[in-house]
Each structure stands twice: as structure tokens, then as C-alpha cells.
Design a protein around this ligand. Structure first.
Ligand code: AHR
Length: 512
């Protein structure tokens, strides 16, 4: 099979914001306890941060880290997680039916962010709490001193303000599973008032209002419209979440579904700009795709989400990612890159153990899941100017199954190009990075890329991720069973790049 791509150095979609390459740490399962934080682990430092995990995080390359939830945040009293550890209360967490020991909280997270060299993104509780707790948290974190909350932070041992810039106004407030979920009107009002007070304390912060927790939500579209009606002048971002699935065991549809992510992004942009139009406003609300990943095996069955007896850090949502998942995941990476003009922030959900690129054994080793690789490559090579690509490729038809609760929902995708591609120009080095997904399960794809304006390129690096067995996965025993390998035979003739992509493969070509 053949495909061609046309691009021009001067025809750009936009620049990737560094925050596009974010991830997410929630108090959920073994993400914090036994993931990033495990005092007593052989690689842990004096703060209890696992060194092996930190090393893998640096290789993964996330730029911003969302915390502390997720569903968890909607029942979280942030005050429980600060101050002397022995005085912190142990509480039931109703999001994940576990016991929260609170031995890790906001200040420990900030120290971990410094160690990992990532920017923090903090979510406030707009479920069981509201604007008052949110404003106090901003004062505790960002105010220099001389007030009750800022002096409490100093008393707790953090003399300097944390200076947290990016704040999420709650989490998935459209979802009935959320503690104290709300209608769009209720949430819009609470979010607006919280935003006002938070920004009065620190005018330099940026705020993201909750959009829909999925394109399949019954309120999608109307929710964004109403929420932005209240928050348009108060938030810079609207969030969106997507978890790709292959419940239907239909690989072709699974690999097609990132195209619905493209559609979702464009629909949210349309609604946000519609709100702007009603106001005759030039202001543009940007998108924070603050949860995205593949997640389905450990999603529907309660036993994968809840362990009986209210345990601390139970092994839940520990999805084992396959080669097939890495392909769909790579498609999602391409969708994000190709919307760099409006998606200014995105968080892979999550970071360690819980639907994560990094797995650990408590007390044991850490390793990379299959999805680690496309993310690390995107973060390393995807910085710069995303170019418009005109793709000519055969297409196929798919119907994607995306249930909502017990309700079966089907989404037709009429024309799925076998080739999905993103191209990012590095203006400083003059280089070009190509991210290419061959969605044909049986045939190779001969790709010819006309890269106009790039006269003298040479291949710097060409890698493929593939496996004869789409069910192949990594484990502590076989940590590199699925790993990138050289992609042979990439040719550059003038401004034309030619490559042959194996069936069902994710490929990255970097040229300089
Ligand atoms: O990432 C897992 C969960 O998925 C988050 O807690 C929630 O926000 C979403 O439903």
C-alpha cells in the first residue's frame, strides 16, 4: 500500500506548548504510595522518593504534573496533607474506596516536582468543598508570608512560596461518579467564584474550568457552553478527558478512535469560540486535555477498581499495556500534536502503576510499559512548530464502541486513513520530526513525504515500535519485550523522504 504526505516549512498549525507533554499523579492505588513515594525502597532518597522511578520519569519527559486528582480531589481536604506527618488524619477515600494515610501531601508533591524537574498543576476540590478552601490553598502555596495560611506553610518548613501557576477548578464535575457532582449551572457559578478569589490572591495564576469527562457524556456540548458562559472571563482553559478502549476487540476500530479525539478537540474549540462569538470577544479559551490514555481492562469491573476492606494503596487500575495499546496511544499523541494551536496543555493519565507508562513492584524494580515509548519520543522530538500535513492515503471504515455506564454507544468513523501523521519542525536546529502510524494490520505502507522548504535534510534517527504479537507486553521479567528498534531504509532525496512502514507500526523519523 502507498501513501503520500505534503507539507511546507511555512505552513504551520502552531507551536507546541511545553505543557502539552504533561502527566498526572493521583492519590489512587499505587500511584503515590509504592509509585513515586516509597520510603524504605532500596532506591528511595531521604524524602522517600523512589530513585528508579525518578530516573524513568526523566526519560519519559513529562513537563507538567497534575495532582492530587482526579476523582480523589473532589473529597480531599488539602489541610489533611500538610504539617507534621504524625498529626495528619487518616481518612476514608470515597473515590477509590481506600484508606488515605496522608503521609504525602502538597508540600511533598512540590518537593517531588522539583526533584523530577516538572511544573506542578494543582486541582482544587470543588466537589465536597468550594471557593473558600480553594482560596486558602492558593494563599498557603503562593503567598510569600505574613498571613495565617502563608505563615503556616513557612512553619511547616517551606519558607519560600511554591509559586504554582496552573490550577484546575475541580475534576470531572459533570460525572455522577464524582463526589458532589453538579449541573453545568451549579458548577459554572462555583467555578467562577472560586476562580475570582484564587486570582485575587495571586493574579499570575492560570485556571482551567472542567469541560466534559468524555465525548460520550450526555451533556457534552451543552456543558461546555453553559460552564463557559459563567467562566469565560475567569478561566484561560477548558478541560477535556478521553480514555480510548478496545472493549469490542476490534483492532481496526481501536486504531481509528484517535480520529474521534481530533473531532472532540475541534468540537470543544467550536463551542468555546461560539461563547466568544456571543460576546463579540477576541478572547480565545485554550484546551487543557488533562486526562488522556488507553484504559478499559481495569475499568468496568468493580473488582479492578475497588479492593474490599478499605486498604491503603491497593493495586487497582493496574492496566498492562500491549503493543496494540501503544499504537492507539501513538495515534492520540499525533492528535494532540496536530492541535497544538488550541491544546496548550495535556496530561497523560497517569504516571506510575495506575493506568501508567511506568510500573513498579513495591520493594522491587520499575520498568517501562509499551506506551512509555511513544510518549517519550513525542516529548523529546515534538517540541517546535507543528506543520500542516496533507495526507493522501487509502482509508477504511470503522465503528467504535464507547459505552457509557451500562449503555452501549457506537460511533461510526466513515473514512480512516491508514496513515496518521504529525510533523514538527525545530526552528532552532532546522530539523524536522515525523510521527507516523501505519494502521494497516496486514500491509506495509510505502510513504513518500514532500517536505517543502527543507532542502538539505539527513536522517538523524529512525525508530519503529512493532511486534508480531499485538498482545505483547512488558513485565518485570521482560521489561524490554516491546521496545523501539531502528527503522531501516529511510531515504532522503532532495526534499522528499521515503520510508516503508511495517504493518501495525508506530514510527518516528528525526531529520536534521
Ligand atoms: O484517571 C483515573 C480517573 O479517571 C480519574 O480519577 C478521573 O478523573 C477519571 O474518571
Amino acid at each position: 500500500r502507498q501513501a503520500s504526505v505534503l507539507m511546507d516549512r511555512d505552513f504551520a498549525i502552531g507551536h507546541t506548548d511545553p505543557r502539552l507533554f504533561g502527566a498526572f499523579v493521583e492519590h489512587l492505588g499505587r500511584c503515590v504510595y509504592g509509585g513515586i513515594f516509597e520510603p524504605g525502597h532500596p532506591t528511595a532518597d531521604e524524602k522517600g522518593f523512589r530513585g528508579d522511578v525518578l530516573e524513568l520519569v526523566k526519560e519519559l519527559g513529562p513537563t507538567i504534573m497534575r495532582y492530587p486528582g482526579g476523582n480523589f480531589v473532589s473529597g480531599y481536604n488539602w489541610e489533611d496533607g500538610v504539617g507534621p506527618v504524625e498529626q495528619r488524619p487518616v481518612r476514608l477515600d470515597l473515590a477509590w474506596f481506600s484508606t488515605e494515610p496522608n503521609t504525602f501531601g502538597t508540600n511533598e508533591f512540590m518537593d517531588w516536582c522539583r526533584a523530577a524537574q516538572v511544573e506542578p498543576m494543582l486541582a482544587v476540590n470543588l466537589g465536597t468543598r468550594g471557593g473558600d478552601a480553594a482560596r486558602n490553598l492558593v494563599e498557603y502555596c503562593n503567598h510569600p508570608g505574613g498571613t495565617y495560611w502563608s505563615d503556616l506553610r513557612r512553619q511547616h518548613g517551606w519558607e519560600q512560596p511554591h509559586g504554582i501557576k496552573f490550577w484546575c477548578l475541580g475534576n470531572e464535575m459533570d460525572g455522577p461518579w464524582q463526589m458532589e457532582y453538579k449541573t453545568a449551572t451549579q458548577y459554572g457559578l462555583v467555578a467562577k467564584e472560586a476562580a475570582k478569589m484564587m486570582r485575587w490572591i495571586d493574579p499570575t495564576i492560570e485556571l482551567a474550568a472542567c469541560g466534559s469527562s468524555g465525548r460520550n457524556m450526555p451533556t457534552f456540548g451543552r456543558w461546555e457552553d453553559e460552564v463557559l458562559e459563567h467562566t469565560f472571563e475567569h478561566a484561560e482553559y477548558i478541560s477535556l478527558h478521553t480514555y480510548l478502549n478496545n472493549y469490542a476487540q476490534d483492532t481496526k476500530a481501536f486504531l481509528a478512535c484517535p480520529d474521534l479525539m481530533d473531532q472532540f478537540i475541534e468540537e470543544v474549540v467550536a463551542v468555546a469560540d461560539g461563547v466568544a462569538a456571543r460576546r463579540r470577544s477576541n478572547r480565545r479559551i485554550m484546551l487543557s486535555f488533562d486526562e488522556w490514555n488507553v484504559w478499559y481492562r481495569t475499568r468496568r469491573n468493580r473488582k479492578d477498581r475497588v479492593k474490599e476492606g478499605w486498604p491503603v494503596a491497593p493495586p487497582i487500575l493496574e492496566e498492562i499495556y500491549t503493543m496494540e495499546d501503544a499504537l492507539a496511544f501513538g495515534g492520540a499523541c499525533i492528535s494532540l500534536l496536530n492541535h497544538a494551536d488550541r491544546v496548550k496543555s495535556a496530561c497523560l493519565a497517569q504516571l506510575v502503576n495506575v493506568i501508567a507508562p511506568i510500573m513498579t513492584e513495591t520493594g522491587g524494580p520499575a520498568w517501562r510499559q509499551t506506551i512509555f515509548h511513544p510518549f517519550a519520543q513525542m516529548s523529546r522530538l515534538g517540541r517546535g512548530k507543528v506543520l500542516r500535513t496533507q495526507v493522501t492515503s487509502d482509508t477504511y471504515e470503522a465503528t467504535y464502541y464507547d459505552p457509557r455506564g451500562a449503555q452501549d454507544l457506537y460511533f461510526p468513523i466513515p473514512a480512516v486513513p491508514y496513515l496518521k501523521v504529525a510533523a514538527v519542525a525545530d526552528e532552532q536546529s532546522g530539523g524536522l520530526s515525523l510521527f507516523l502510524l501505519n494502521r494497516d494490520l496486514d500491509q506495509e505502507l510505502d510513504v513518500s513525504i514532500d517536505a517543502r522548504g527543507f532542502a538539505s535534510l539527513a536522517v538523524r534517527e529512525a525508530l519503529e515500535l512493532r511486534h508480531d504479537d499485538l498482545r505483547a507486553a512488558n513485565s518485570s521479567a521482560r521489561p524490554d519485550h516491546v521496545a523501539p528498534a531502528p527503522l531501516a531504509g529511510v531515504r532522503v532525496e532532495g526534499g522528499r523522504i521515503r520510508a516503508t512502514l511495517k504493518p501495525a507500526s508506530w514510527n518516528v523519523i528525526s531529520l536534521a
